[in-house]
Design a protein around this ligand. Sequence first.
Ligand SMILES: Cc1cc2nc3c(=O)[nH]c(=O)nc-3n(C[C@H](O)[C@H](O)[C@H](O)COP(=O)(O)O)c2cc1C
Length: 330
Amino acid sequence: MLKIGNIQIKNPLLLAPMEDVTNLAFRKLCKEFGADIVYTEFVNSDGLIRDNKKTYKKLEISDDERPVGIQIYGGNLEPMVEAAKIAERKNPEIIDINAGCWVKKIANRGAGAGLLRNPDYMQRMVELIVKSVNLPVTVKTRIGWDKDSINIIEIAKRIEDAGASAITIHCRTRCQGHSGEPDWSWIPKVKEVVKIPVILNGGVYTAYDVKKAFEETNADGIMIARGAIERPWIFMEAKELLEKGTISLIDTPEFRFNVALKHLKYELKIKETKAAIITFRKFWSGYLKGLRNSSKVKQELMKLTEYAPIEDLLMKYLEELRKESEINLV
Ligand SMILES: Cc1cc2nc3c(=O)[nH]c(=O)nc-3n(C[C@H](O)[C@H](O)[C@H](O)COP(=O)(O)O)c2cc1C
């Protein structure tokens, strides 16, 4: 059972924070497919305290996606505390501290995964933020900086001592970035030394991975990032697999295009048409993955800036795919 503040969920599935991906539209979609907790992308603390409009917009949340966490990042204590207070005013259920971002310009300046190299400082940051807001504070981090300096056991204890309500562990080192095998074996080891919930992240791409991750590690929750970009319905599949032992969803092109168009419509509700369609382009690869001739269709989709031609193109493509499968059946 995952308990964070007033949230109590058995075997919860969480949508990971992802820059330029987990905006209102995508979070709403994943929520509808069964994500139990969703997170904003990371929000820069300096941008927030400077009242940067673009940064501030990232704090927008809506009631239909709750419970939701706002993730903040930065390397300096005062701006992080101020940013947490600003985020709190938006009334999310959770404030999450990013202690895992591997990008050089962030990690090398002591923010994100850079905090792993300074456990004292990380603890101080978490402590100050916990004291400054009335919401549960969680931390998302990694197992260590590199394979020779894995320090997640110490880090987890410090995060707990600082008063955090949960820890999410991306089971890769900072030096692995987003590739290479995640090492889930750290989850049970961390669970032995802390009482706060431990959430597993990294390498969970299918419903079967979700099941395996719960079974192998006894994690208190599973957080999914890239697996949700390709298949936002992974949450629904995983829940069914966990509850009933089977997956009934049949992943057809028609199903995928319906999801894609619904997702695009959510995007159109929060942005003006052209901006929404451009934002959406990064999702086409996922929705079209594995389909016949999809690269040609994707190229065409990349040129369109209105909704109607996109829908027309997908319906035409669907017809082609149907005809081809009929031919193959003959
Ligand atoms: C496009 C993209 C953007 C990301 N942005 C963030 C972010 O804003 N905050 C964060 O904590 N992690 C971020 N991550 C890392 C993911 O949350 C997650 O830790 C990582 O992808 C490993 O999970 P996965 O193997 O399920 O993809 C991002 C990952 C991707 C692919």
